[in-house]
Design a protein around this ligand. Structure first.
Ligand SMILES: Cc1cc2nc3c(=O)[nH]c(=O)nc-3n(C[C@H](O)[C@H](O)[C@H](O)COP(=O)(O)OP(=O)(O)OC[C@H]3O[C@@H](n4cnc5c(N)ncnc54)[C@H](O)[C@@H]3O)c2cc1C
Length: 436
């Protein structure tokens, strides 16, 4: 999944280690590479949240217990919030809670730096960076849905002095916690983690597939961002040949056929395999976890951005309370059921990842070591195995012309007969036929 914790942790053990992350054409993502043999760099001296995700141990480390709520994880308060600064709210992917909190941390002198993903200036250039001022936050807005060199500067984060905040996807936050467990000095400097909800990363080829539907060739893409304008945002592509920007819809404001292509491109065939074998969508180990509240109530508010916001630790909750009382963010509490439904059926599938792991083994795929909260072992059902089989087949099938021709008809079949309950089937079918 390209988080880079392996290379960072090898370098911590041996600063001369000749390892780095780089783009790999075959997997169409970022992978570690050994640039030169390094004497003494043992094979197992590295941290890899991709290989091992021990949810039980991490929950005990971060929260002192396994969560009472195995679906949402340990929660203090559930809210929907947004940054009071209108520009930040507008430019952010959801409601701007992440940049809002980081700005407040810089302004109050609680942090010297923050580790965040910078989207870069070309599609392959997204990388983790250490920022040192609130002014740098303006360049970070948005969600990067394609692979990135997240760990590029993790080693520098380890060696640099001072207090820091950290922004990451669930695996990246878990990786930081693994690193903190091994290097307590890092833990002492860590002030706060802001975690993004995450439904998975897609390879560049998947994004190219979606753009083809708008007659945009991937080779012509100079820059791409996915969350432009009114929430939940459109895709902006800067074209090399035309020199200008093209705005294209994602789900909202799109035709049904294009939505099918969007789902094919972003939620299935091109998802990184490890993302399909992930037990966490809502960032269980962050102090504050943030996502999109995909609920009618917020969609109806004319494109103003909102962030589903879960405070998970005492320091996370204190931070949000302070910002709410200072008027730096605004928000209201939200029901547990609403928050869960805002994440669709993905959250339920993620939590029952043991079905996915078992199915991947049956398909002969290598699988990570994952431990899940014990309660979830009891609720794995037939539907999880069905979703797992469908989702994993999409990833393991070769992506040749014949199979690609079946994507749309299969997606219609899946959309109509697998994803939804029978009561919805007829309405959905009519919508597809009307192309609305
Ligand atoms: C790959 C991915 C999948 C997501 N899936 C879901 C989902 O299933 N459900 C849901 O509700 N929300 C999901 N989100 C989260 C949502 O899109 C917003 O990113 C989140 O609400 C934060 O928005 P904001 O308005 O607070 O921040 P913004 O101002 O938009 O700032 C975003 C922050 O996130 C960081 N960031 C962006 N992309 C990445 C990345 N790939 N890796 C690490 N850090 C990154 C940036 O560095 C920046 O600090 C996903 C985001 C990503 C990147």
């Amino acid at each position: 999944m390209g988080c880079g914790f392996c290379t960072a942790s090898l370098k911590i053990e041996n600063p001369d280690a000749g390892v780095s992350m780089g783009y790999d054409r075959q997997t169409d993502s970022f992978v570690p590479a050994v640039n030169r043999e390094t004497p003494g760099a043992g094979r197992h001296d590295f941290i890899c949240p991709g290989m091992t995700m021990d949810m039980v141990r991490l929950a005990e480390q971060v929260h002192g217990k396994i969560p009472d709520d195995p679906l949402l994880g340990t929660c203090r308060e559930l809210r929907v919030c947004y940054a009071a600064d209108e520009e930040v709210r507008h430019r952010a992917a959801s409601g701007g809670v992440i940049p809002g909190v980081l700005k407040h941390l810089f302004e109050t002198g609680r942090i010297d730096s923050a580790y965040c993903l910078h989207p870069g200036t070309d599609p392959y250039g997204a990388e983790g960076r250490i920022i040192q001022s609130a002014a740098e936050l303006a360049g970070l807005h948005g969600s990067v849905y394609h692979p990135a060199n997240f760990g590029k500067h993790l080693y520098d984060l380890y060696t640099s002095p001072g207090k820091f905040a950290y922004v990451g996807l669930p695996c990246q936050v878990a990786g930081l916690e693994m690193l903190k467990a091994k290097y307590p000095e890092l833990a002492r400097r860590h002030v706060l983690s802001l975690g993004l909800f995450c439904g998975g990363i897609n390879t560049f080829s998947g994004i190219a597939y979606y753009l083809e539907g708008f007659r945009i060739s991937w080779g012509d893409v100079e820059r791409i961002s996915y969350r432009e304008g009114p929430w939940p945002g459109k895709i902006r592509v800067t074209s090399k040949s035309k020199g200008g920007d093209i705005l294209i819809p994602r789900i909202r404001g799109n035709s049904r056929w294009k939505i099918l292509r969007y789902i094919i491109a972003f939620q299935g065939y091109w998802m990184l395999k490890r993302c399909r074998l992930c037990p966490d969508q809502v960032n269980d180990f962050a102090d504050i976890a943030v996502g999109d509240p995909h609920l009618a109530k917020y969609r109806a508010q004319g494109g103003a951005g909102f962030s589903a916001t879960i405070s998970r630790t005492e320091r996370g909750e204190e931070m949000l309370k302070e910002m709410l009382s200072l008027g730096k963010i605004a928000g209201e509490t939200v029901d547990r059921e609403d928050l869960i439904s805002s994440q669709g059926y993905t959250l339920d599938n993620r939590r029952h990842v043991t079905a996915y792991v078992r199915m991947a083994e049956l398909l002969g795929e290598s699988v990570p070591h994952i431990s899940v909260y014990p309660e979830l072992q009891k609720t794995v059902g037939v539907r999880h195995y069905i979703y797992a089989a469908v989702d994993l087949m999409k990833i393991v099938l070769p992506k040749n012309r014949v199979i690609r021709a079946c994507y749309v008809p299969w997606q219609i079949f899946e959309y109509v007969f697998i994803t939804f309950t029978p009561s919805l089937i007829l309405r959905r079918l009519i919508k597809i036929l009307r192309n609305k």
